[in-house]
Design a protein around this ligand. Structure first.
Ligand SMILES: Cc1cc2nc3c(=O)[nH]c(=O)nc-3n(C[C@H](O)[C@H](O)[C@H](O)COP(=O)(O)OP(=O)(O)OC[C@H]3O[C@@H](n4cnc5c(N)ncnc54)[C@H](O)[C@@H]3O)c2cc1C
Length: 288
């Protein structure tokens, strides 16, 4: 709201949907969610049709996470945050960082064109974070959970109101600013290995059978989720260098959890306790 991106948020929940009769699995999930205080509603085919009246009624069972929200353009939301930061006096600079080096009680950040000197440096380079730390002697065991999506021209007669996770099909489809987005499952490989669209090619026809969307809009997209072995991020100081902080490894949920990661790092740099326990995220659990 503060960033002026509130109109991008849809409070329509997140629907996990089974083509099979999966009431027992859905109930099990619901109980697990309730243990964590997460509200959900169990739905049958009729209730799913009431929520999503325009899609082809292929789903027999659904579990709606009622308090989950989604956005129609994560990129636009992040840009709005950057503008808000600049409006509050921050400086946004885009440059390739070649290296970070300790220099007395400060840090040199060597850029493709120029250099920055700073007391504190936060490494928040997502799947590229481990690369910049290697010359300092830190070997971060970062893996890459790659994923793909493609967007399609919506069918006005088959509008989609919320993200749907088709559990039997193994994909998500969701209405976005540019069209209906269909996602692949996870691909475990090197960060920079050539793209393989096999998973996406397999699920697009399944999704089309539900939302009957039109032609692709633009090219398919590929991203790498930065994931540590315990699936928790690294949030905190590096073990051997003062003034160097890590804020990465948010794997599948970094768009959601990134702001809380940033807030904790800002608190620690400012010398105040973060608003949540950051001990489980200590970088020292994997690097020394
Ligand atoms: C397919 C897919 C689906 C996802 N879906 C969701 C979702 O539904 N919800 C959710 O919450 N999260 C989702 N995520 C996860 C989320 O995108 C990531 O966790 C998040 O982007 C991590 O944010 P970050 O700022 O740490 O890293 P990034 O967003 O990866 O940003 C790192 C930035 O650093 C820059 N960089 C790297 N090296 C250098 C260098 N040497 N010099 C200068 N710049 C550099 C990169 O260009 C990049 O812009 C998804 C990720 C993928 C791949």
């Amino acid at each position: 709201m503060k960033a002026g991106a509130g109109h991008r948020i849809r409070e329509t929940g997140w629907l996990r949907a089974w083509r099979s009769d999966a009431v027992a699995s859905a109930k099990q999930e619901q109980a697990m969610l309730a243990d964590y205080g997460i509200a959900s509603e169990l739905l049958d085919r009729q209730a799913i049709s009431a929520l999503e009246p325009d899609i082809v009624p292929v789903y027999k069972t659904g579990l709606l996470h009622t308090e989950t929200t989604s956005v129609d353009s994560p990129g636009a939301v992040v840009k709005a945050y950057a503008l808000m930061f600049a409006g509050a006096g921050g400086e946004v600079r885009q440059a390739e960082i070649k290296a970070i080096m300790p220099a007395g009680d400060r840090w040199r950040v060597v850029l493709a064109g120029g250099e920055i000197s700073a007391r504190h440096v936060v490494v928040a380079l997502g799947p590229w974070s481990a690369d910049i730390l290697r010359p300092l002697g830190y070997r971060v065991p970062l893996a890459f959970e790659r994923g793909y999506h493609r967007e399609f021209k919506p069918n006005p007669a088959r509008s989609l109101r919320r993200p749907i996770y088709d559990i039997d099909g193994g994909f998500i489809m969701t209405p976005m600013e540019q069209g209906i987005r269909v996602t692949s499952g996870v691909e475990l490989t090197d960060r920079d290995a050539p793209s393989s669209f096999a998973q996406l090619d397999q699920v697009v026809p399944l999704a089309r059978g539900v939302a009957e969307f039109g032609d692709p809009v633009g090219e398919a997209w590929r991203g790498s989720r930065p994931t540590l072995p315990d699936s928790l991020p690294m949030i905190g100081p590096v073990p051997r260098h003062a003034g160097l902080w890590l804020a990465f490894g948010n794997q599948h949920i970094g768009f959601t959890t990134g702001p809380a990661t940033g807030a904790a790092i800002a608190a620690m740099i400012g010398g105040t306790p973060p608003s949540y326990d950051v001990v489980p995220f200590a970088p020292g659990r994997y690097i020394s």
